[in-house]
Design a protein around this ligand. Structure first.
Ligand SMILES: Cc1ncc(COP(=O)(O)O)c(C=O)c1O
Length: 399
């Protein structure tokens, strides 16, 4: 294994200097290769797609390459990939489309663990269709989403289960494959939020049992764009509201208006970057992604442990989500300080972290901290080093 976060970090122009960037769970910086891919597309000259001239054909190629890149990243099919301005907007779009297939009395299962973008669109879509929402609850101490409850929650009326592959605040990883098995046995679809999991783990959406898998490129060193991957056969059966004049082919019909072509060139470059994180990785891009992300997961396990153990050793700290198998994400409070005060103090010490509910609206309420400002989140990504972790722990110890 040759994955060295220090070497990776050197490829990021924004990461020079003394500042520690532990805000990656809210959005990552871009390496030179991605910045150049985006700038390069503009330099080359891009046209809108479907035209009879070279700049248009160039954009056609950019879009197709980006679909293939996402498919390689998540183990899907390029013909099942569509893009949206964000994961939230893609989920809203899909929720409205699926709601058109639901009848009053049908059921939809959402979870307290999820980012609100994989909750509220389904709640509102269910309301519009007269469908019933059922809630999977978290264990507020471990931050886990016990699988047993799904057996009781799902019935033959269940149309969809929306569940995250990893919590964006607690880092806990529900057993999505087992949940999907229960859902599929009853004929329900499974919509997996992979926005937090994708930068931390090798992803195989089929092994997860995901009928839909959503990811946001800006969480893994790409531009601000969301991508949804489903089976092309499933997408063929779905008909979103669209312009009369726009393409009715799938996946194009799920994309509203003109895509950000230069950013899509950046999506492909970001996937290539992930594939190169372990420089000993060989084989197809999919194989290199799996090897690289496996190396990333191993490294992050030890960095995450270092961060949590370092914080937990300080008497004045409360950490949330006590499960052991987590993405390298710490969610914590410091006695006597609001989360915002801690984040501002860390900023003065040149350390970026997030404070607040981070859109984990239901989970922070279930843990009883939403009304008091929730907590501080520090998240490790592939360019963070053990030295970054030590800077955080030392700064908190000195507060
Ligand atoms: C787990 C998770 N799901 C969904 C989202 C929403 O993604 P987007 O900003 O692309 O809408 C986020 C963003 O922070 C997230 O962390």
């Amino acid at each position: 294994m040759t994955f060295d976060p220090t070497l990776i970090r050197a490829q990021y122009p924004a990461l020079t200097g003394n500042r520690v960037w532990l805000d990656g769970a809210a959005g990552t910086q871009l390496p030179v290769s991605v910045i150049e891919a985006i700038a390069g597309a503009y330099r080359h000259g891009i046209g809108n797609v479907g035209g009879a001239f070279a700049a248009s054909r160039y954009s056609d190629e950019i879009v197709e390459s980006a679909r293939t890149a996402i498919a390689d990243l998540v183990g899907g099919d390029p013909n099942g990939v569509f893009f949206a301005p964000s994961s939230t907007s893609a989920t809203y779009r899909m929720s409205r489309t699926l709601a058109g297939t639901w009848a009053p009395g049908d059921e939809v299962v959402v979870s307290q663990l999820d980012h609100d973008s994989n909750v509220r669109p389904w709640v509102q879509a269910a309301e519009s269709a007269g469908a019933i929402i059922k809630w999977a609850k978290i264990d507020p101490i471990t931050g886990e989403l016990p699988v047993d409850q799904f057996q009781a929650l799902l019935t033959e009326r269940t149309k969809l289960v929306a569940v995250t592959a990893a919590s964006n605040i607690l880092g806990t990883k529900p057993d999505v494959a087992s949940i999907a098995k229960i859902a599929h046995n009853l004929g329900a679809l499974v919509y997996v939020d992979g926005v937090h999991s994708t930068p931390h783990l090798p992803i195989d959406m089929h092994a997860l049992g995901a009928d839909f898998y959503i990811t946001s490129a800006y969480k893994w060193s790409g531009p601000h764009i969301g991508a949804l991957c489903a089976s092309p056969t499933l997408l063929e059966t779905l008909h979103p509201k669209k312009l009369a004049s726009s393409a009715d082919t799938s996946p194009n019909r799920f994309e509203l208006g003109t895509l950000p072509f230069a950013d899509l060139a950046g999506v492909t470059a970001a996937v290539d970057h992930l594939a190169s994180l372990d420089d000993s990785a060989t084989g197809s891009r999919r194989e290199r992604i799996l090897q690289s992300m496996g190396a990333v997961a191993t490294q992050q396990k030890s960095e995450g442990k270092r961060m949590l153990e370092g914080l937990r050793a300080l008497a004045k700290i409360t950490t949330y989500g006590r499960a052991s198998d987590k993405t390298p994400t710490a969610y914590f409070n410091v006695e006597g300080h609001t989360p915002r005060e801690v984040a501002e103090y860390l900023d003065r010490n040149e350390i970026n972290v997030w404070n607040g509910h981070n859109y984990a609206w239901e989970a922070t309420a279930a843990m009883g901290i939403r009304d008091s400002g929730s907590a501080v989140r520090a998240g490790i990504v592939h360019y963070n080093t053990p030295a970054d972790v030590d800077r955080l722990v030392e700064a908190i110890a000195a507060l």
